[in-house]
Write a protein that binds this ligand. Structure first.
Ligand SMILES: *Cc1c(COP(=O)(O)O)cnc(C)c1O
Length: 391
């Protein structure tokens, strides 16, 4: 049970790089690097059904994750989250196959744990000295927790107005917290500069190849939970896009392995109306996004005004016949109540946004109630108690 990782590949020009050295973005095009696996060999040697008897964590898919020596895995039990079949919401919406993948049950309360576990583990394998992490919110808490677990020093860079919950979880896990004037892009610039100066590994979204691999495991897990079948559509609250990009990549790998067949689900991006660079690019037919000025939203995971991997997000949406749409903060907050009241799942506002998206797309007849649809609740509402009015 170890990785079949073979090399890293530039997502623009296809140039290969060895995976035995720590690189962030591709030196050739300065774009995203993908981990590539020896899928032919994996297909010959591993039986899909043997995976079901393993521990229920994302490392169940170790062959399709980047860490060679299992001894290097830094884990807190990430992944293995339930795919909950919606009852009351589905009934209300007239749907028969609607599911919620509840990522709020991960360590640190969001799916960020998956990506950070993968990236920190691989960096430990490659003997890094420490980490820098720019974050608008939940990635900070995950980096602090996994940094602590790895015994490595972690420096977190956050916008000054990032949520208190994320600042506190960073401090409580012993990371250095640097508050930066501006938004995530500004925090990112500082993190990269410091990483370069002191030789730390920068964990910025998609500026290293491994967080997307961890998030890919959400998709692998979801299809396994559906009996190795893909749903018709996936609705995903999109910030930096790691989840969509990772899952789209993961389904391609499973298709190539012959572990699943059929068509990829339509990838549907939900963004906040105060920060919707992907929606604007999708609507205008552009291949990349433009910086969204004065980005504001209470769904901090969606406050990414200019995603570095915009071209890959847009490819996943377009290639699968998906779409992108924006919802308001008020709609997201109302949907937090609605999901919790109907199903007992207390979602992050980002996750609640997928329910708003689903309702709009049913109304517009973009989605049909007969289709199977998975909503991704990417985090726990417990990290956003300030959005809920008290008794
Ligand atoms: C980071 C975050 C997102 C956005 O995730 P991406 O995969 O980077 O697009 C959505 N929801 C929550 C709760 C987040 O923390």
């Amino acid at each position: 049970m170890s990785s079949y990782i073979d090399h890293l590949e530039c997502t623009v020009c296809g140039k290969s790089y060895p995976h035995e050295q720590l690189i962030g973005i591709s030196p050739c095009c300065e774009k995203v690097l993908f981990a590539r696996y020896d899928l032919a060999k994996l297909g010959r040697e591993v039986d899909r059904d043997s995976l079901s008897s393993r521990t229920d964590s994302m490392w169940r898919y170790a062959e399709l994750l980047p860490v060679d020596d299992p001894g290097n895995i830094v884990t807190l039990g990430e992944g293995g989250t339930p795919l909950i079949k919606s009852r009351n919401l589905a009934q209300k919406l007239g749907m028969r196959n609607q599911f919620i993948k509840d990522e709020g049950l991960n360590p640190t309360g969001t799916f960020k744990a998956r990506g950070i576990s993968a990236a920190v583990s691989k960096a430990v394998e490659l003997k890094v000295d420490g980490f820098t992490m720019p974050s608008a919110g939940n990635a900070a808490g995950a980096a602090a927790a996994y940094g602590a677990r790895s015994g490595m020093e972690t420096k977190v860079f956050m916008p000054q107005d990032a949520p208190d919950a994320n600042k506190k979880e960073t401090l409580v896990a012993g990371s250095e917290l640097n508050l930066v004037a501006g938004l995530i892009n500004d925090a990112g610039r500082e993190a990269v500069a410091v990483a370069k100066e002191i030789g730390f590994f920068d964990l910025s979204t998609l500026k290293e190849p491994y967080r997307a691999e961890g998030k890919k495991s959400m998709g692998l897990e979801m299809v396994q939970q559906l009996g190795w079948k893909m749903p018709d559509a996936v609705i995903y609250p999109t910030g930096g896009g790691t989840g969509i990009i990772g899952m789209y990549k993961g389904f391609k790998e499973l298709l190539e392995l012959g572990w699943i067949e059929g068509k990829q689900p339509k990838f549907i991006s939900v963004q906040a109306d105060g920060c919707q660079p992907i929606v604007r690019a999708f609507d205008s037919g552009a291949a990349t996004s433009e910086l969204w000025e004065n980005a504001t939203t209470k769904a901090d995971g969606l406050r990414v005004p200019h995603p570095f991997a915009d071209y890959l997000i847009l490819e996943a949406i377009r290639e699968t016949g998906g779409t992108a749409l924006a919802v308001s903060d008020d709609e997201m907050i109302a949907a937090m109540y609605e999901m919790a009241t109907a199903e007992g799942i207390f979602p992050a506002p980002e996750g609640a946004g997928t329910l708003v998206g689903l309702k709009k797309l049913l109304e517009q007849k973009f989605l049909d109630p007969d289709e199977s649809v998975v909503l991704f609740n990417t985090g726990s509402g417990y990290k956003y108690l300030d959005l809920i009015t008290g008794p």
